[in-house]
Design a binder for this molecule. Structure first.
Ligand SMILES: C[S@@+](CC[C@H](N)C(=O)[O-])C[C@H]1O[C@@H](n2cnc3c(N)ncnc32)[C@H](O)[C@@H]1O
Length: 204
């Protein structure tokens, strides 16, 4: 496993304990992403969330798309333990995969109609660009990618502080998504006035 993956696993060993109690206050746009996607894609049969964490989006996705088979993938077993408990009532159609996203997930049973990545790409450094490229291989024809994540900040101290928390906030994600996908939705939101900006991107 890469150094980045190792250090994220260590980070989430501790942070998993209070993740859900704290992240609502700054991981903005997660529910909005699923609502936006639901307006763009009717009934995806197979959905993948890369970096599903404690499973908040898996539940929202399962409710929004009642006929979908959903896979949540994450490199942290501590986060997945929480996701398993949270998605227990959807266990017949939500699968959890413990691994880094460093190779395709789709197999002979088919590719994905929708890939969701919520606040994971900004933590994958190096390698966020490879992850975006890999999504192409896991998406079926006409498949949709939906991303919400930190975008940028004009405050150097805040960028540095987020760096301490493994988050890179330099506008790098949107640039790469624009290069690889045709945007259907491309929205910039603001956190706490203009302390930071976050991006919502849905593309084909
Ligand atoms: C900030 S959390 C986001 C969790 C969830 N998507 C959400 O919106 O609440 C980032 C998650 O991505 C996972 N992650 C980071 N890099 C990854 C990689 N290369 N492969 C799989 N999971 C990864 C981390 O373990 C962590 O659970």
């Amino acid at each position: 496993m890469s150094r980045n993956a190792d250090s994220l696993r260590g980070y989430y060993r501790w942070h998993a304990k209070f993740y859900d109690l704290t992240r609502w206050a700054f991981l903005f746009g997660r529910r909005g992403l699923v609502e936006t996607v639901a307006g763009q894609i009717e009934a995806p049969a197979r959905i993948l969330e890369i970096g599903c964490g404690t499973g908040k989006n898996l539940v929202t996705l399962a409710e929004a798309f009642p006929s979908a088979r959903i896979t949540g993938l994450d490199l942290s077993s501590d986060m997945l333990d929480r996701a398993r408990a949270k998605t227990a009532s959807f266990a017949d159609r939500v699968d959890l995969l413990h691994r880094p996203y460093d190779g395709p997930v789709s197999d002979e049973s088919g590719k994905f109609d929708l890939i969701v990545i919520s606040y994971a790409l900004s933590m994958i450094n190096p390698g966020f660009d490879e992850v975006i490229a890999l999504c192409r291989r896991d998406l079926g024809e006409g498949g949709v990618i939906a991303v919400v994540d930190f975008h940028e900040t004009r405050w150097t101290w805040f960028r540095k502080w987020m760096g301490v928390n493994h988050v890179r906030m330099e506008g790098q994600i949107l640039a790469q998504l624009d290069a690889g996908f045709e945007a259907v939705v491309r929205r910039i939101g603001r956190g706490y006035g203009d302390l930071w900006r976050y991006v919502t991107f849905v593309g084909r």
